[in-house]
Ligand binder design. Structure first.
Ligand code: DGJ
Length: 727
């Protein structure tokens, strides 16, 4: 049983195969006892963390001056009584009171996975074992219930959490802060890991020791953002890829989010993740319910690598959905960096011809096919084809592409509107805006107001029409402008701070409708690259364009960073032209190819201008991708060396059936007279024999894991792909 309730000790045990999460009902107060390696029995909170010497707490529990809620480890703290740390839930009531006092009321165990309504979440497949614990906490005075949900994926070593609040009273109140996850840790000997970045520099790994005070990452941009990925981990100060405790949280949400650790005066971190309280309020009328998004929790006692693999497994199989989840997807050619918006039908067909010769599966027409879109100054919202550029229309072009043996894919930016568009002229109030304020443009565009049903319906109808009338097999769903002056014309003053979350609920409802209606269309999300690379979007679209930086060296950082949480099957990765359009670097085709290969592979350059040598190399890459795509996408990933620590890096993939092992070696900066780097492989069977398919040499699994393979680092921008097969 994954969920065990010890009635004598009033304790709740959430067990997975290797981990346990334990909390306790201590006289109505929910305390946090433990999260870590599996244990069967945990002392009561008073015995576990005696607090002698800790005082100056503002009040006490049950007569003991030392037992204040301010000094005890809590599970879901609120504001207003004696815990003076940052709360997980904060509300203001109609009498002006900001106090919520929650006490344990009841619990239920469900032998199935529950999910937050209207939000993306993990789910179970046939055969998966998952139990859900629902704990109801209640504020007697305000008649407010807070339901904590814990979903235990026992065999996957994953627990997820989400929260629901319900107003049972006859008066309304306002939520100010609403976390999905909160737990107090007993000590601060941890580093925090975040994925930080910017446009075209997404997901760079940052690791730093905790300090006393609040350390946080968030988004206030209306999208999860490139600044920080909605992920946070605490790891032992000396944790490595393969050793030490690692506690990871990944939020299944794409809007304004918050993740942080507030280390208190007794050096104890409160780890939290949920909706960003900044600029957030939610009006709760009598009977209303609100959900905080799901957090995926991955704990490993064997280092950061296992934490990542657990995330990969659940994201791949229990978060991403649809017919493309488990299949190898299309090798695509995207015309963006080949032509930008300056194309004719003939030019596109010329690229398609070259693509077809190479064995590419799909041609994707990017931005510039609609309205008067010859520059980025206009036409977003006018989703009718520009027949001056494409005289045969989308249907005609799609068929011509299909006749060349290629599928046809199309770019959209459905959430946007250009001020210079017929849509804007007809509906100037359809964008997010605030009366009296400037409508600031970014890339000459504004964001549609998805808090409005009429706007959501319009987007659904446009997409439904275009996808039904044309032979479209793939959609690249772009979103290039985050929020500013984010008000809505239809919402009352008191609801204006709900805009960011209401937008996400609108977007998720559109995605649910459209992706369900077109199950055979592959959707890839994008927000100027990885500006909305998160588990929420991955629920609807199983892959994301990882970055607008297509340079191979830069991509090593971005893809390694993303791989801490997200599997390679979710990362769009293309071979682009040199000199690279973003940073001007020249890299060999082999490096560009092998960096893109483990992701969702494609090309982003004018294939008709490719040299014969590069064409031959590209054919080989496509062949390798067709052969080994499933190892990259469904196998286990091990990081052998980190690009963040030096000039060489190596990624290893072990196939699901454990029979194929691929080692990708990359060296970005050559050094003269340095010895070869030794890379010890991981995850092999020590007694099995593995043959290098290029050389025919056979090695024991133990040899590969203890002696390792060698990487020559004498030359700049070199790379290799070693394939071993079990014999
Ligand atoms: C941003 C995307 O990241 C690019 O790949 C491209 O689709 C442009 N938008 C088109 O405007």
């Amino acid at each position: 049983m994954a969920i065990i309730v010890n009635e004598q000790k009033n304790q709740f045990y959430l067990h997975t195969q290797s981990t346990s999460y334990v909390f306790e009902n201590t006289n109505g107060l929910l305390t946090h006892n433990y999260w870590g390696k599996r244990v069967e029995d945990i002392p009561s909170i008073n015995e576990l963390y005696p607090l002698s010497g800790i005082n100056l707490a503002v009040a006490d529990i049950s007569g003991s001056v030392h037992r204040s809620t301010d000094t005890i480890l809590l599970e879901y703290p609120t504001h207003g009584s004696c815990d003076l740390r940052t709360p997980a839930f904060h509300a203001v009531y109609s009498d002006g009171s900001p106090i919520t006092k929650l006490t344990f009321k009841d619990y239920k165990i469900y032998n199935k996975k529950l999910s937050p309504e209207g939000l993306p979440a993990t789910y179970t497949n046939e055969g998966d074992i998952c139990q859900t614990l629902e704990v109801e906490l209640f504020d007697e005075l305000k008649q407010v219930s807070v339901f904590l949900y814990y979903c235990v994926f026992e065999e996957k070593d994953i627990i997820t959490r989400f929260v629901k609040v319900k107003n049972n009273s006859s008066e309304k109140f306002t939520i100010k802060s609403f976390m999905s996850f909160c737990a107090d840790f007993p000590h601060m000997n941890y580093d925090m890991i975040n994925l930080n970045g910017a446009w075209a520099r997404e997901a760079h790994i940052e690791r730093k020791p905790l300090f006393v005070g609040m350390q946080e990452v968030d988004s206030k941009r209306g999208a999860s953002g490139p600044n920080h990925s909605p992920f946070i981990a605490l790891v032992d100060n000396d944790a490595t890829e393969d050793s030490g405790d690692a506690f990871g949280l990944c939020l299944v949400y794409s809007g304004n989010w918050f993740g942080g650790a507030d280390v208190d005066r007794h050096f104890r971190p409160r780890l939290m993740m949920g909706l960003n309280p900044f600029n957030f309020e939610w009006q709760m009328n009598p009977g209303d319910e609100l959900f905080a998004p799901e957090v995926i929790m991955s704990y490993s006692s064997n280092g950061i690598g296992l934490m990542s693999r657990q995330f990969h497994n659940i994201i791949r199989k229990n978060l991403c959905r649809g017919s493309f989840r488990d299949t190898e997807r299309y090798v695509l050619i995207n015309n963006w960096e080949a032509t930008y918006m300056n194309f004719t039908e003939d030019k596109l067909l010329e690229i398609a011809d070259a693509a077809s010769e190479l064995g590419v599966d799909m041609f994707v027409l990017d931005d510039g096919w609609f309205g008067k879109r010859n520059t980025d100054r206009c036409s977003l919202g006018d989703w009718y084809v520009n027949t001056e550029k494409l005289p045969s229309g989308l249907d005609g072009l799609g068929k011509k592409i299909n006749d060349k043996g290629l599928k046809f894919g199309l770019w959209f930016e459905p959430e946007m509107i250009s001020p210079d568009s017929d849509l804007y002229r007809a509906h100037p109030d359809w964008c997010l805006h605030t009366e009296g304020r400037n409508r600031s443009e970014s890339r000459y565009q504004l964001t549609l107001d998805l808090t409005r049903k009429d706007v959501c319906d319009y987007i659904i109808s446009v997409l439904t029409k275009t996808l039904s009338e044309n032979p479209i097999a793939y959609v690249k769903w772009d979103m290039n402008r985050h929020f500013s002056e984010a008000g809505s014309a239809l919402l009352a003053a008191e609801n204006q701070r709900e805009v960011a979350h209401r937008y996400m609920l609108g977007l998720y409802s559109i995605l649910e409708r459209v992706t369900t209606a077109f199950p055979n269309v592959l959707f890839e999300s994008c927000s100027s690259g990885g500006g909305r690379f998160d588990a929420g979007m991955l629920h609807y679209m199983p892959q994301t364009w990882s970055s607008d930086d297509s340079d191979a060296v830069e991509r090593l950082y971005i893809q390694e960073g993303l791989s801490i949480v997200y599997p390679f099957s979710t990362m769009g990765a293309h071979v682009s032209a040199i000199p690279n359009h973003q940073i001007g670097r020249n890299t060999p085709i082999k490096l560009r190819g092998l960096v893109a290969l483990p992701g969702q592979f494609g090309f982003e350059l004018d294939l008709s201008k490719m040299s014969d040598e590069d064409k031959a190399a590209s054919k080989e890459l496509i062949k390798a991708y067709k052969q080994y795509g499933e190892v990259f996408h469904r196998g286990e990933y091990f990081k052998l060396a980190s690009i963040f620590k030096g000039q060489n890096t190596a990624w290893e993939f072990v196939s699901e059936d454990k029979n194929t092992v691929i080692v990708m070696l990359y060296n970005i900066q050559g050094k003269v007279a340095v010895p070869d780097k030794i890379l010890k492989l991981k995850g092999l069977q020590p007694n099995a024999k593995y043959q290098n398919i290029a050389t025919g040499n056979i090695y024991g699994g133990d040899t590969l894991m203890n002696l390792g393979v060698f990487q020559n680092c004498n030359h700049d921008q070199t790379c290799d792909m070693l394939v071993f097969r079990k014999v």
